[in-house]
Design a protein around this ligand. Structure first.
Ligand SMILES: *[C@@H]1O[C@H](CO)[C@@H](O)[C@H](O)[C@H]1NC(C)=O
Ligand SMILES: *[C@@H]1O[C@H](CO)[C@@H](O)[C@H](O)[C@H]1NC(C)=O
Ligand SMILES: *[C@@H]1O[C@H](CO)[C@@H](O)[C@H](O)[C@H]1NC(C)=O
Length: 504
């Protein structure tokens, strides 16, 4: 059974200044820290060196990162996937159709009939993710993250969902601005809980309880050197035209076990950072460059993965991602996935919406600054806790250098050479004969690269939080759920009819 790691959270009060408390240095005000747990699950599981510390055997669900929040009055604790690739918060997946029924059932559902502060907005929607979808009804209620109490937050209650085992806390910009409403990060800022719409995310391996998200703050005890400021791309500059955490990757490299490294010539590849994605998906030429240089890797045409010997996870070496003068090095052990058929290199080709998922984010400390549309990156490390608040304004993110020291990546940006990341060519080292039997389906428990918020037809505006004051009714729920089988248009019609009838 998976451990359900409880969030240890704190809201920093202005009264507490620079006090040291059990290794935790607390300073300033206006930020909220909450623990982020890694959940191992679905085969193939991520290999990493310290995995033995926690029992993750027999789980069939990949790895996702979750945070515990509280919803309603009185507060009910709910575990949700933390997703930087989508904007909406919703709870209550339907476990029977999650594809991972018993795993899903381990997590509490929000019993909205027990909340005295819930209000229905009268709006419904269908959110489609890279993997899975959910039909939600929007409500407003108290949402508590850490000890920050957000009033009247709009979020969805799942009426019907597929292939998603937990609710999702989305923290991306509005992917489609026309559909936007005040998301969690917006509300935290407007209710004065944080000064900027910014947060720092530190994802860790599955057996490491130290992963965290800091809303409105930076933890300088979690990275090496200076943060590299990267402008978020305007939607028009991105391959999909959707507003996400897109930045430009300027090079790729690989450091071999013997310490030598190869790097690409300078490139300009838009990628978006997605904590809800387990794998990285990169343009075909880069996928082939990594696979071709990865020690002993062979291309497996039947699964589309590069297959590697599992023992490579124990070797020193890294896949290196270059952003201007900053190099983020991902150790082999964090980049290899163990499957029943063997180990695979954790990257797939994607020329449409390239994404750096958890395999990259575990090695990076990232500050997401929506107000100024910048991301700040550094190599992740752990040398204690030193929280610094993010203020407001153009230079709100402190330019604090990370307190950690560590071997800096041997790759230098723009140097080296030897890795061709631009030419698409046939892989040279291809498995012939019998395939190892790896299937690419099932990678990642939740959302992957692309997801689109589908505005429900017939609903002309988004929830405002001023809807009728009542709870979603069981009648409506079952009506909406059953209507899905008779088509999407009918579903929306039913929802609208139902909501209208019910509002009277
Ligand atoms: C949601 O996913 C299920 C299963 O893949 C599919 O049958 C259904 O049509 C999808 N629903 C919507 C509204 O996209
Ligand atoms: C978590 O952090 C504590 C305190 O910094 C440290 O002692 C411990 O080793 C860390 N855990 C892991 C798995 O790194
Ligand atoms: C990696 O090293 C550990 C500890 O030395 C060992 O137990 C494990 O079998 C090794 N894994 C592989 C795949 O060689």
């Amino acid at each position: 059974m998976l451990p359900l790691i409880l969030s240890a959270s704190l809201l920093i009060s202005p009264a507490v200044a620079a006090s040291r408390n059990g290794g935790l240095t607390i300073r300033g005000d206006g930020f909220i820290r909450s623990s982020v747990s890694a959940h191992a699950g679905v085969a193939p599981k991520l290999r990493h060196k310290r995995q033995d510390a926690v029992s993750v055997t027999n789980q069939k669900t990949g790895t996702s990162y979750t945070v515990d929040i509280e919803v309603g009055t009185p507060a009910q604790s709910i575990t949700v996937i933390l997703d930087t690739g989508s904007p909406d918060l919703w709870v209550n997946p339907v476990c029977q159709t999650s594809g991972q029924e018993s795993y899903c059932a381990q997590f509490s559902q929000f019993d909205y009939t027990q909340s005295s502060t819930i209000q229905d907005t009268g709006y419904a929607d269908v959110l489609s993710y890279g993997k899975g979808n959910v039909t939600i009804e929007y409500v407003t209620d108290m949402v508590t993250i850490g000890s920050a109490k957000i009033k009247d937050q709009i979020f969805g209650i799942g009426l019907d969902s597929y292939d998603i085992p937990m609710g999702i806390l989305g923290l991306s910009p509005p992917v489609n601005p026309a559909n936007a409403y005040p998301y969690v990060l917006d509300t935290m800022a407007t209710q004065g809980l944080i000064k900027s719409r910014a947060f720092s995310l530190d994802l860790r391996s599955v057996d490491d309880p130290n992963g965290s998200i800091v809303f409105g703050g930076v933890d300088t005890g979690k990275y090496i050197g200076a943060l590299e400021k990267m402008p978020m791309l305007d939607p028009a500059q991105t391959p999909s035209g959707a507003d996400r955490y897109w930045i430009t990757m300027t090079g790729i490299g690989i450091t071999l076990p013997d310490g030598t490294s190869q790097t690409s010539d300078p490139i300009e590849v838009p990628v978006f950072l997605d904590s809800g994605g387990t794998l990285s998906r990169l343009p075909t030429a880069i996928f082939q460059a990594i696979g071709g240089a990865f020690p002993g890797a062979q291309y497996d045409p039947s699964s589309g993965f590069f297959v590697a010997d599992c023992s490579v996870a124990n070797e020193t070496g890294s896949v290196d991602f270059i952003f201007n003068s900053k190099v983020i090095s991902v150790p082999y052990g964090d980049f290899i996935w163990e499957t029943s058929g063997g180990c695979v290199v954790g990257v797939l080709p994607d020329d449409t919406e390239p994404v750096l998922g958890d395999s990259f984010l575990r090695a990076a400390y990232v500050v997401y600054d929506q107000d100024n549309r910048n991301l700040h990156l550094a190599q992740a490390a752990n040398c204690g806790t030193n929280l610094v608040a993010i203020g407001s304004g153009v230079n709100a993110v402190p330019s604090s250098t990370g307190a950690c020291t560590g071997s800096s990546p041997s790759v230098t940006a723009g140097g080296g050479g030897g890795l061709d990341a631009t030419a698409t060519r046939a892989p040279t080292n291809v498995i012939t004969g019998s395939s190892p039997g790896i299937t690419s389906v099932g990678f990642g428990p939740g959302p992957v690269a692309s997801r689109v918020s589908v505005s429900a037809g017939g609903l002309t505006s988004r929830p405002t939080g001023t809807g009728s004051s009542a709870e979603p009714s069981a009648t409506k729920k079952s009506a909406a759920a059953s209507s899905v089988t008779i088509g999407y248009g009918a579903l929306v019609a039913l929802c609208v009819v139902n909501l209208a009838a019910w509002a009277l």
